[in-house]
Every structure is written in structure tokens, then in C-alpha cells.
Design a protein around this ligand. Structure first.
Ligand code: PMP
Length: 360
């Protein structure tokens, strides 16, 4: 068996060590004679797995006690609706920062429920930077401020956490959660689809300050109410048990890598060497403002777009998968999440140099 190097934007690479552990435990979880997928979510064995995963995430992110951690379904996209439904409370407007494709989707959904004030947008420069704090036109009456710390498609990442005073800050961390340390207490709500840095698709993690929940629009569906999920420890109905279990294995793996702080150092090194390789060549380019270059998603173009197809074909042959850029951007994109080892980035850099040598 040869495992290839996977640069997919999501569902993305998972640590081999974790996949092997899941494989070992697959038929007979801890001597119980059945797999974790076949267990009741209410069994004491499963509940202990679920609780351990939550505790490990709390440890990794140093989540304060006044925050609920929810393990939900529906993807980050469902959060685009749950956030306004739960957090508007008696307010009529919300602030959104627009830095690309995912911000726009969140904005479009919020517009169904409230007046959206675009606090800043970088559309004028084709989303190649993040706005600075000074550029944010925040509304003191807003129910919350929403932003996307890392735009997965554009490869734009905020290099600071916006200061929003008393207005709760909401972050779509789908593609950046657990990649570097952050101060959770700066946020009202953090959400992330699991399929990049947390585990398999089908699980969505929400971290929410407890004073913000319990005031959902009365006509909204029960399953959209954060307070219902919080009161039931995310077991109001059957949770995504396998995804939650696997996330737990990833959290333990992450602790073995030195936690988020350890991972942050590796991630910074991986990103810096890949951008350096792009910058030192006239053959490759990345358009993003240096301070806002994503550590997780690195888009790049070839000077001659006619070579794009060749690049993908040859990369595939060399065992480097999923480097094609998003259809809306073109070119290439290397997603280098936590589970993509530094050796894979080294292999990509070597391949890029060789490809350039051959074709220039
Ligand atoms: N937000 C961001 C930043 C994303 O990268 C994605 C998925 N690529 C989504 C939202 C949508 O997530 P999901 O498919 O889990 O709904």
C-alpha cells in the first residue's frame, strides 16, 4: 500500500497514525466486541468517548468554562442560518466582513433574516487581502460581527482578531481551527466544519459563549436552537458518532504533536517554505498580500496557464494529489492542513522546481 500526498481542500488529509488506530479499533472497540459505529450514543462507553473528545478540544484551545462546545451536523453551511436565528435576539442588524467566497455565502444567508451591514469588503482588490482594523465600519447596534478568518478558496487569512467592543465576534474557522493558538475569549461564537483540521465530513463543531444562547427566534426549527443542543450535551438526537469519535482521536494526536502551539510552529514553517519557493521563481506566483497569506490554503498560478493541465497530470503521477485550484480562481491550490506533514510540503517544493526546470 502506498499512501499518496493529499493536498485536498476538504475533505482533507487525516493523520496516518489516526487512520491506523481507527482501523485497529474498527471491528472490536476496546474489547467490547463491536465497532464504535454500532454502539448506542447513550451507552456509557460512547458517552465517555464523546466527553473525552470535548475535554481534549477544551484543553487544546483553552476554552473557558463559560463556553459550550457543541458537536453538530449540517456542516458550516447550516451555521450560516443558525447564527442569525440564534444570535440576532431582539436586534435587527448584523455586521459582516466580506473577504471572499465563504463570507459571501454567509452574508447571503443572513440577509434572509436581518439587515446586513458590510463592515468591510476587499472585493475591490479581488479579495487579495484582509481589511485592517481601521477599515472596519462597525455598527454599535449590530447583534454580532461575522468574519471568515481564513478564506479556503482565496487563500486569504486575517493576521489579527478584529476588536469589536461589546458586540460578539463570530468566526467561521472551518479551514483554520486548531492551526494556531487563539484567545477564545475574544469570540462570541466559533464554528467549523470538521473535514479540514478536525476529522471526517459530517461533524460540525460550534463553540459558543453561554450568555448568547437561549433566545432563538421562536418560529425557527428546534434542531437549530443552540440551547437545545447545549442542554442535551449535543445528544438531542443521534449525533454523528463516528465523526465525533474520530475527532477525538485527532485531538489526542494533536496533543502528541505538542498541542496547538506545537502545530503552529510546524504550520508556519510549512507555509513559509512553500511561499518562499513560489516567490523565488518567476514561473509561479501567489497574488495575496504577504501579511494575509493563508497558512492552510496556498493558491498559486503558473506563468503559462497552458501548462496547468500538465502540472496536475505530472503531480498526480508523482503521487501529489488534489492540487487543482478552485474553479472560480483557476491555477493551483495546495491545502496544507495540520495532517499534511512537512515532508509532503518538501516533496511538493521539489516537484515544483523539477517541473519548472523541465518546462521553462
Ligand atoms: N466555510 C468555509 C471557510 C469553508 O471552507 C467551507 C467548506 N469548504 C464551508 C464554510 C462550508 O462547509 P460545509 O461544506 O461543511 O457546509
Amino acid at each position: 500500500m502506498i499512501r499518496k500526498l493529499n493536498f485536498s481542500a476538504g475533505p482533507a488529509a487525516l493523520p496516518e497514525e489516526v487512520l491506523k488506530q481507527a482501523q485497529e479499533e474498527m471491528l472490536d472497540w476496546h474489547g467490547h466486541g463491536l465497532s464504535i459505529m454500532e454502539m448506542s450514543h447513550r451507552s456509557k462507553e460512547y458517552v465517555s468517548v464523546a466527553e473525552q473528545a470535548e475535554q481534549d478540544l477544551r484543553d487544546l484551545m483553552q476554552i473557558p468554562d463559560n463556553y459550550k462546545v457543541l458537536f453538530l451536523q449540517g456542516g458550516a453551511t447550516t451555521q450560516f442560518s443558525m447564527i442569525p436565528l440564534n444570535l440576532l435576539r431582539d436586534k435587527k442588524t448584523a455586521d459582516y466582513i466580506n473577504t471572499g467566497v465563504w463570507s459571501k455565502k454567509a452574508i447571503a444567508e443572513a440577509k434572509r433574516y436581518c439587515e446586513v451591514n458590510i463592515a468591510a469588503t476587499t472585493e475591490h482588490n479581488n479579495f487579495t487581502s484582509a481589511p485592517s482594523q481601521d477599515e472596519l465600519k462597525l455598527n454599535l447596534e449590530a447583534a454580532y460581527v461575522h468574519y471568515t478568518p481564513n478564506e479556503t478558496i482565496g487563500g486569504v487569512e486575517f493576521d489579527y482578531i478584529p476588536e469589536t467592543g461589546d458586540v460578539p465576534l463570530v468566526a467561521d474557522m472551518s479551514s483554520s481551527i486548531l492551526s494556531r493558538s487563539i484567545d477564545v475569549s475574544r469570540f462570541g461564537l466559533i464554528y467549523a466544519g470538521a473535514q479540514k483540521n478536525i476529522g471526517p465530513a459530517g461533524l460540525t463543531v460550534v463553540i459558543v459563549r453561554d450568555d448568547l444562547i437561549g433566545q432563538m427566534l421562536p418560529s425557527a426549527p428546534t434542531m437549530f436552537d443552540y440551547s437545545i443542543h447545549a442542554a442535551a450535551d449535543s445528544m438531542n438526537n443521534t449525533p454523528p458518532t463516528f465523526g465525533w469519535y474520530l475527532a477525538g482521536l485527532i485531538f489526542q494526536w494533536l496533543k502528541r504533536q505538542g498541542g496547538v502551539e506545537g502545530m503552529q510552529m510546524i504550520n508556519q514553517r510549512k507555509a513559509e517554505k512553500l511561499y518562499a519557493a513560489i516567490d523565488r521563481s518567476a514561473f509561479y506566483a501567489n497574488p495575496i498580500a504577504v501579511a494575509n497569506r493563508s497558512w492552510m490554503n496556498v493558491p498559486f498560478t503558473l506563468a503559462d496557464a497552458n501548462l496547468d493541465k500538465r502540472f496536475i497530470e505530472e503531480a498526480d503521477q508523482a503521487g501529489l494529489l488534489n492540487l487543482k485550484g478552485h474553479r472560480s480562481v483557476g491555477g493551483m491550490r495546495a491545502s496544507i492542513y495540520n495532517a499534511v506533514p512537512e515532508s509532503a510540503v518538501d516533496a511538493l517544493i521539489a516537484f515544483m522546481a523539477e517541473f519548472e526546470h523541465k518546462h521553462s
